[in-house]
Design a binder for this molecule. Structure first.
Ligand code: ZN
Length: 282
């Protein structure tokens, strides 16, 4: 397992951790200030959300690289199943274009929920596989890989139809594209005692991202009360051991949605805390 105590070479910030991706939250730092603040602290990478990028993908990508970091991902496609999913994949293709213009090779997919007019998840997973296959072909031509992120089952219905890493990997097998894989997020897998076995069977090629936070024992808001690493009950070292044991050696992306706590703080304090926790807790 990699030693992070004195090496930040894998540390990336998912900018949602500073809160400004939701209206009314965070300190509202512009992208440039976030880039500079991360570079100063020795972060190695950044993951952006589409709403921050707008039409400036190329400029922002260059800015990140000029500061010595990488854009390690883009969040995310629009939903591609369930309520709120656009009728076509056009917007999803545009998000692929944005990832390519930013200069990142990973675009995350949060699938969307149960398809309207159906029950359960199987029908939605079938549609998901078809749609991801179509999108993967387009993404491959742009040099972009698609990371399917399974979510904790409490997000079923309106946000996801993928609940486990094993299910996400099965969809990847059905899609059959070399540029389809999974993102492993501590918040969604911390309870999964089969993680190591499942990832080992899949191999390193399918693991496209690893997302860090913690699960607070007394979570008060399922979406917006994630814990900072070390504050909760997730066994972070054991999860990373499972991910790296399967061959993953990419970025570890800190993604803490925390409306009541971390989004209320000065972003400089949040970034300093991340660096310290990354070295000691992850
Ligand atoms: Zn995530």
């Amino acid at each position: 397992m990699r030693d992070f105590t004195s090496d930040l070479g894998a540390l990336a910030l998912n900018t949602a951790t500073l809160g400004h991706n939701l209206d009314g939250y965070g300190a509202g730092w512009p992208v440039e200030r976030v880039v500079d603040a991360c570079a100063e602290r020795g972060f190695a990478g950044l993951v952006f959300w589409r709403r921050e990028i707008g039409t400036r993908a190329q400029v922002i990508g260059e800015r990140v690289r000029a500061s010595g970091m990488k854009v390690v991902g883009l969040c995310r496609t629009p939903y591609i199943t369930g309520p709120g999913a656009p009728a076509t994949l056009d917007e999803a293709r545009e998000s692929v274009d944005m990832a390519a213009a930013l200069g990142t090779d990973v675009l995350t997919i949060v699938t969307g929920g149960t398809e309207l007019g159906t029950k359960g998840v199987e029908e939605s997973q079938k549609l998901l596989a078809e749609r991801v296959a179509s999108l993967a072909e387009y993404a491959a031509a742009c040099g972009v890989s698609l990371a399917l992120e399974p979510l904790n089952p409490m997000f079923g219905g309106n946000r996801t139809c993928l609940f486990t890493v094993a299910e996400a990997l099965r969809i990847c097998d059905q899609v059959g594209a070399p540029n389809a894989g999974v993102a492993i997020d501590v918040y969604h897998v911390w309870w999964d005692t089969t993680l190591s076995e499942t990832l080992n069977a899949a191999g390193p090629r399918r693991i496209l991202g690893y997302h860090l936070c913690d699960w607070l024992a007394d979570t008060t808001d399922m979406l917006l009360d994630r814990g900072m690493m070390g504050d909760g009950v997730a066994d972070l070292k054991s999860i990373r051991r499972a991910v790296e044991g399967a061959g993953y050696d990419g970025a570890c992306e800190v993604e803490v949605f925390s409306a009541g706590n971390w989004w209320q703080r000065d972003p400089a304090e949040v970034l300093d805390t991340i660096v310290e926790r990354f070295r000691t807790q992850c």
